[in-house]
Design a protein around this ligand. Structure first.
Ligand SMILES: Cc1cc2nc3c(=O)[nH]c(=O)nc-3n(C[C@H](O)[C@H](O)[C@H](O)COP(=O)(O)OP(=O)(O)OC[C@H]3O[C@@H](n4cnc5c(N)ncnc54)[C@H](O)[C@@H]3O)c2cc1C
Length: 488
């Protein structure tokens, strides 16, 4: 067709559509694995200074640690070790069995800055002002229709495409997939402000009289306020003034903490939606393109980053022709249930806050008593919110560790597991006594290590820090069979 340029890009390349946090992590991982990767982004090049997400949970920090980025990100924000909710309930993040027993409060743009710098350093080809408008796929690749900066249409081809293009995903629409779900809250507001009399903790959450408000400290003098007023549910485009934010906060928290100088005011509605399929042939969906939830649980960005960490090494293996049967399908099988669980849990806090039903009001009033009485429930909730509690399905009869997150641990000869994961390969960690497993061939794409302590379990850790296989007292034949099954 005249006026359409065709650019075949590099054969075997992956195109990532959208340079939000999900796309940036994925593109960086692919480039680190030596896969040619192009990112198409509709916006001109500039990281938005709108903070959007502000909480980075423990499992996300562990994933960033496995890329050598966690310490840099920690330096940009403030950590919270206890969450105080509804004046009564305190959730103790300090008990999390993680190297990062806290929530990091930092604006989303700090996460994006770090991930973009890494992706650029690794050679990712960024093309800004490139908007994807459609796609077609065949057995060897995907053709993407793209509007380029000069307004002309072009077709780009890649072996695989990942749509990380947010909740209105053009990739999802081009695949003809529905995005079923509902609106949880039709009208929430967000504001980034300064406070003359800041609250004591880093995070304050409360609700009363048909209102709900949350204040979080970024640690640099700015505070994020999120709120809702039952009596004033309006469309997103109705202008929002600081006076409205102050008034709702006063009603919800008893004080507006001397709020002034808003640098950002925004109204939005909150949906809970999930696409039924994360993979269609050679095209994948990740992050907000695949699922959106209430912002109250602070899960949106975190879940997208975990999607990217799950998919990147699988896609890299497929591009190299080394993906075992079913590996690419395991992305949907593992991440769709997590997305569904997040969808269910993240709306809970807001539902509780806005509860009118007498039963729910009672739960809110007695929330601390409920939590005290049910410590295992609280521990489970903490594990879920922080992301460290999720595990993936394991084959019947496999070792209980298979599919589980492998916590960081010291390795014999110095260093930690999450440092060993930084070269993007599988890591086989054997007990000190199992010298043969630890000293075998590394050319198949595995790094071999030993636990520093006296652990008896040999674990094959996937590049995303989950156990692909584990066995107690494993002999050399069992170890080699596991490597063959997972690495080809
Ligand atoms: C107002 C607001 C407040 C939020 N608050 C929180 C919070 O407190 N906590 C939390 O965890 N999450 C929050 N979120 C959600 C969080 O910001 C998202 O979950 C996160 O940004 C998802 O990242 P992503 O990379 O999947 O998508 P996005 O960040 O949406 O990135 C998608 C990218 O794709 C690009 N794009 C879109 N269409 C195309 C196209 N056709 N072609 C090329 N490029 C395209 C976009 O320009 C964008 O850069 C909030 C979101 C909003 C809007």
């Amino acid at each position: 067709m005249s006026g359409i340029r065709t650019d075949r890009t590099t054969p075997g390349a992956v195109i990532v559509v959208g340079s939000g946090p999900t796309g940036l992590l994925l593109a960086g991982d692919l480039a680190a694995a030596g896969v040619p990767v192009t990112v198409l982004e509709r916006r001109p090049h500039a990281i938005s200074n709108l903070s959007r997400a502000f909480g980075v949970h423990a499992r996300t920090l562990e994933q960033l640690d496995a890329r050598g980025l966690a310490d840099d990100l920690l330096a940009t924000g403030t950590t919270i070790t206890a969450l105080r909710l509804f004046r009564r309930l305190t959730l103790d993040l300090g008990t999390l069995p993680s190297r990062f027993p806290h929530l990091l409060v930092t604006p989303q743009y700090e996460v994006e800055r770090l991930l973009e710098r890494r992706a650029r350093d690794l050679g990712v080809d960024f093309r800004h002002e490139h908007e994807v408008t459609g796609l077609r796929q065949d057995t060897t690749g995907v053709d993407l229709d793209v509007r380029t900066p000069d307004g002309t249409a072009a077709t780009l081809r890649a072996a695989y495409v990942v749509g990380t293009d947010g909740h209105r995903s053009a990739v999802r629409r081009a695949l003809g997939l529905p995005f079923p779900g509902t609106s949880v809250i039709t009208s929430l507001f967000l504001a980034d402000v300064r406070l003359a009399e800041p609250p004591e903790g880093v995070l304050t959450v409360d609700g009363r009289g048909g209102t709900f408000a949350m204040i979080a400290a970024f640690g640099d003098g700015w505070y994020r306020v999120m709120g809702w007023d039952r009596r004033h549910e309006v469309p997103d485009d109705v202008p929002l003034g600081l006076e409205e934010v102050r008034e709702v906060t006063r009603r919800a928290l008893g004080t507006d903490h001397g709020m002034h100088d808003a640098r950002w005011l925004s109204r939005f509605h909150s949906d809970e939606r999930q696409v039924p399929q994360y993979r269609v042939g050679r095209v994948f969906l990740a992050g907000d393109a695949a699922h959106v939830h209430s912002p109250a649980g602070g899960q949106g960005m975190n879940t997208g980053l975990q999607d990217a960490a799950n998919l990147s090494w699988k896609l890299a293996a497929a591009v190299r022709g080394r993906a075992p049967e079913g590996l690419l399908d395991s992305y949907h099988a593992e991440r769709h249930p997590v997305g569904r669980a997040v969808l269910r849990s993240s709306g809970g806090l807001v539902r509780l806050a806005r509860a009118q039903h007498p039963g729910l009001c009672l739960v809110r009033a007695g929330v601390s008593a409920v939590a005290r009485a049910a410590r295992p429930v609280r521990t489970k909730a903490l594990a879920q919110v922080s992301g460290i509690g999720y595990r993936y399905p394991a084959p019947r009869g496999s070792h209980p560790l298979t599919g589980a997150r492998v916590p960081d641990a010291a390795l014999r000869g110095g260093g930690r597991l999450y440092e060993a994961l930084r070269d993007g390969r599988f890591v086989l960690v054997a007990p000190v006594a199992n010298e043969r497993a630890a000293s075998g061939d590394e050319s198949v794409g595995v790094r071999r290590e030993q636990w520093a302590d006296g652990g008896r379990t040999t674990v094959l850790v996937r590049p995303d820090g989950y156990a692909a296989w584990a066995a107690d007292d494993a002999g050399p034949a069992a170890v080699e069979a596991a490597l063959k099954a997972h690495l080809g």
